[in-house]
Structure formats: structure tokens, C-alpha cells
Design a protein around this ligand. Sequence first.
Ligand code: SME
Length: 157
Amino acid sequence: MRTKQYHAMLSQSKALLQGENDPIAGLANLAALLKETFHFFWVGFYLVKGNQLVLGPFQGSVACSRIAFGKGVCGTAWAQKKSQLVPDVEQFEGHIACSSLSRSEVVVPILVNKNVVAVLDIDSMQLNDFDRNDITQLETLSGIIGDWLIAWNVEHF
Ligand code: SME
């Protein structure tokens, strides 16, 4: 369980976003904060742009830059407006392998006025590295991001 780290990360997130009205600057710092806190293999945001997800701020190795609606874990989270917990990426039909080192993954949608505007994607080199607690905590972060975007009238990227 990463409960203590999540607690610290969530309060730092609020502090980092406070007063920042540029969505890319804010998300870039959150990607760095998540990487520094948990040392995840890959952490980043894909932004909804038209009918695709486009790579946004991230920390980690080179990744696919575009994902279609409903495709892969990220596109599924977008289409279903629902977090995806993938204990073994090889068992997820349609998983998009940006790196062969990724073994498990979690994707959480970010909603503004009930529309998905982005997804947060986290990859681990370990099988089965995420559980319901990760989803719960990351959904709290997603709520913080959604509220922050609404506060600055950002309804899409
Ligand atoms: N695995 C993701 C693609 C993004 S990379 O993991 C960074 C997917 O299936 O949507």
C-alpha cells in the first residue's frame, strides 16, 4: 500500500496547482511529482483532442503520441469514462505496448462537466503492481485536477 505517499502527494498536488492557470504547466508538475513520489516506470497524461488522445506532459521513456477513441487501455478509459486496472498488460486485449518493459498499468479518466478531457496513465515494470487503493487515490487526484480545470474555465485541451 502507498497510502502515506498518496496522502503527501495529494496535498502537494493542491499546492502545485494553486494559482497556476496554465494546464500544461500544472500537469507537467503533477507528472514529475508522481514520478518522484512513487518512481513509477512511466507516468503521464494523454489529452483529448478531437477524436484522439494526444500525448501530454509525462515522465518516462518515449511513448506513443496518439491513441484513438476506444483503443488500448487509455482509449478504453476514455470511451467507458471509467478507470482501468490492468494487472497484466498481456492479458488486456488491444493493449498498446509503448514499451516492452511495462507489465501492469492503471489509467484514470479526468472529467470536466462529465466529459473526459484527459486520462492519467501509469505503467509499472512489475506485474500486478496496482490495486483498488491506487485507483481510489488516483481518482481523488483526478477530481482535484478536474476541479482545477473547471476553476480556470478549461473545458478542453
Ligand atoms: N499502454 C497504453 C498506451 C500508453 S503507454 O503505456 C505510455 C494503452 O494501452 O493505452
